[in-house]
Ligand binder design. Structure first.
Ligand SMILES: Nc1ncnc2c1ncn2[C@@H]1O[C@H](COP(=O)(O)OP(=O)(O)O)[C@@H](O)[C@H]1O
Ligand SMILES: [Mg+2]
Length: 365
């Protein structure tokens, strides 16, 4: 267990019959972190969260919360609280009643409780809403009340299972910013579940990417995006162009990879691959720079022809056909002033440039 871990998963597995919902998870979450579990539907995120909450017991392994093993701690004694996707607030209670609901056995005097309710109403930016009925609230407001109900118990860890999943995009983005501010203000550890990679990138200090019950990689958002450690992660976070290659030269700081499509690709090497290794060369769509005249010979570039394009408002996607490759290469460009239509002529010859830094090399397995 690391020094200031608030949650430590030690070899935690959970089986439902033959389904390995969580498969040997071992990692720590630091005190005060905004930590996200990210992965496709069914990869085991909710199960992992429910084990922390105590709604499920691990089939094997142990979860430590603030140094205490949880196998001996019933759900209601754990210093955690959970917020669900479908804001489970009571329709027959007003906002105050909903927030106070879990505090009946707290032993607080009526005056102290009311003060705490006012404080959390302030936190969730709904002061003055105490006497509103649940049916007089918008979806976003209801989710704030659900949040307040969890926060009033002052948990050490807040567990959030796709809490913004039911909100429309604009409101979700606004709530993301508020959630992040709230977490920083309170200094509580947030363990957040989402299948939305953009949401995870926006919110998190660190992200654990999961697939089929396994934690594949844990890293900060920029690290996951810029230098993912596997093809799955590279593909799941954002969009990536992949090219097959073979390592042909290695020096202290550089590696050369022979590819059929891009020719010789040089890269600054972080990962170590043996000479002759079969690898994926991966380049993000926005790392290609299109040009309409042939670049100098010593510049890394590939010639292609413009294919279809898609206008996405702030940016456009261009599909570029290049020789020896069935799928077009995806290129993303910001729509800065005057740049929109220049690229959209089909069949126009185009040269895609990239820099050594843009190249990610991934093991082929
Ligand atoms: N109570 C349960 N009984 C049987 N199978 C379950 C149960 N809960 C989850 N599973 C299975 O475990 C896997 C992981 O589910 P879950 O943790 O809900 O994934 P996620 O939250 O990432 O979508 C899925 O295959 C799911 O069908
Ligand atoms: Mg789930």
């Amino acid at each position: 267990m690391e020094h200031d871990a608030i949650i430590s998963f030690q070899n935690v597995s959970k089986h439902f019959g033959k389904v390995k919902a969580v498969d040997h998870a071992s990692f720590d979450i630091q005190r005060g972190e905004f930590f996200s579990l990210l992965g496709p539907s069914g990869c085991g995120k909710t199960t992992l969260l429910r084990m922390v909450a105590g709604f499920e017991m691990p089939s094997s392994g142990e979860i430590f919360l603030d140094g205490q093993p949880m196998s001996v701690s019933p759900p209601n004694r754990r210093p955690v609280n959970m917020v669900f996707q479908n804001y489970a607030i009571f329709p027959h209670l007003d906002v105050r009643g909903n927030i106070a609901f879990g505090m009946r056995k707290s032993g607080l005097s009526k005056g102290d409780l009311n003060k705490r309710i006012d404080e959390v109403l302030e936190l969730i930016k709904l002061p003055g809403y105490g006497s509103r009925g649940a049916d007089e609230l918008s979806g976003g407001q209801r989710q704030r009340v659900a949040l307040a109900r969890a926060l009033i118990k002052q948990p050490k860890v807040l567990l959030l299972d796709e809490p913004l999943g039911a909100l429309d995009k604009k409101l979700r983005e606004q709530m993301q910013i508020e959630l992040r501010q709230l977490q920083q203000q309170l200094g509580i550890t947030f363990l957040f579940v989402t299948h939305d990679q953009e949401e995870a990138l926006t919110l998190s200090d660190r992200i654990a990417v999961m697939s089929e019950g396994q934690v594949l990689e844990i890293a900060a958002p920029s690290q996951l995006y810029e230098s993912p450690s596997s093809r799955f992660v590279a593909d799941f976070i954002g969009t990536m162009n992949f090219f097959e290659g073979t390592v042909t030269a290695i020096t202290a700081n550089n590696m050369t990879i022979a590819t059929q499509v891009l020719g010789e690709v040089r890269t600054t090497c972080e990962e170590s691959f043996p000479l002759g290794a079969e690898v994926w060369v991966a380049i993000r769509p926005e790392k290609f720079r299109p040009e309409f005249t042939s670049p100098a010979r010593d510049i890394d570039s590939i010639e292609g022809r413009m294919g279809p394009s898609a206008y996405l408002g702030d940016r456009s996607h261009f599909y570029v056909h290049i020789a020896n490759r069935d799928d077009p290469v995806l290129v993303a460009l910001q729509n800065l002033e005057g740049s929109v239509h220049q690229l959209s002529r089909p069949d126009q010859p185009v040269w895609l440039r990239w820099s050594e830094d843009a190249v990610v090399v991934l093991a082929k397995d």
